[in-house]
Design a protein around this ligand. Sequence first.
Ligand SMILES: *Cc1c(COP(=O)(O)O)cnc(C)c1O
Length: 448
Amino acid sequence: MTDTLETPSAPVIVQERRIVTAIPGPKSQQLHERRRAVVSDGVSSTLPVYIDHAHGAIVVDVDGNQFIDLGAGIGVTTIGHTNDAVVAAATAQLADFTHTLFTITPYESYVRVAELLAEHTPGDHAKKSVLVNSGAEAVENGVKIARKYTGRGGIAVLEHAYHGRTNLTMAMNFKAAPYSTGYGPFAGDVYRAPNSYPFHDGLTGPQAAARTIGYLEKTVGASELACLVVEPIQGEGGFQVPADGYLPALQQWCTDNGIVFIADEIQSGMARTGKYFASEHFGLVPDLVLSAKGIAGGLPLAGVTGRAEIMDASQPGGLGGTFGGNPVAAAAAVAVFEQIESHNLLAEAGRIEGVLKPGLLALQEKHPVIGDVRGIGAMIAIELVQEGTHEPNSAAVTSIAAYAAQNGVILLTAGTYGNVLRFLPSLAISDELLVDALGVIADGFAAL
Ligand SMILES: *Cc1c(COP(=O)(O)O)cnc(C)c1O
């Protein structure tokens, strides 16, 4: 007797924008009513259209509206929604087994993800990994591992950083509202130093690094720090690309002072910027690299990867957790790495930059409210200002994002002052969709 399992095929969606109802449509509005009764108000939704299915760079809501997705679930479906290979790998694993717990009885896909992370994170030293469930959990583990290795307690972070919503990571974030307002007391021993923000500080990389290092040396002292945690390109903070030489100087200072240099590549990693990890653009070889968001095509998975001697300082049983490195998520992650290789997806990020950046720079010529256009690969942002100043203009950001949503483009905001629009499309997005989305955004600026 054959007992075949149907492999659900990915939905066929014509890759085009199509708005057929008011936004949100009637079915979304009904779902929203149900949600309001039972889902905590603490969980918000940027655009309350309820999604029915998705493929590539298009998401389709329950009313049949098709949106160009420039957010990819905040840089998660980096290789596209319902990528066929990821769907097939996860589906096959789902049928084989869904859980044993790696720390009870292990399985190959966890090992394979660790091999791939060792291969594709910067540096050719011996590396090891631990897999966990979320970005914040990766940050927590990175800090734990660094503390155990160094025997020190202090954690250094940068202004405008975002590291998550757990107790420790709330303490590491720059922005209080909405992430940490009212949720204290917070973990201690966290020290926040000025970062490099070329649009605002006008400092060269070495000048900004001297400021960061000087601040940390004065306020805490290098000998007290277990780690410095940096996003090579800040995510929620607004896609600040640090000035040349800034990050290498910080890394050198960490090396000289026995501080573990941790790159939080949760948003900037996994092919997002045209390299596996954005650290490579700056010549960094971090001691530990944190990955999450884009690693498993939308399934929850995260990792800490780093120097073997640092990773091995933890005692057996010190690292882990019930769901960490779940087999279905791990199988999906292996497929994501294979897709990046077999389809040369790193090059797609450059293609996307080649369409977005010139398009946005042309818009900037017409609209002085666009103060800055920045980013690398498929991680591009514009910072909106009060004309003729560097003062934040969050009202303009809100209206452009709303205009885009009404016209079928999902566009995310960012920035400590809410005045940044960020573009995080999947690498599967076509030039045509990008140009179409840029047209909508241009109309939004014209309507300001
Ligand atoms: C999203 C994000 C996190 C937190 O990840 P979660 O999976 O939401 O816990 C941490 N650091 C950076 C840079 C992020 O973008």
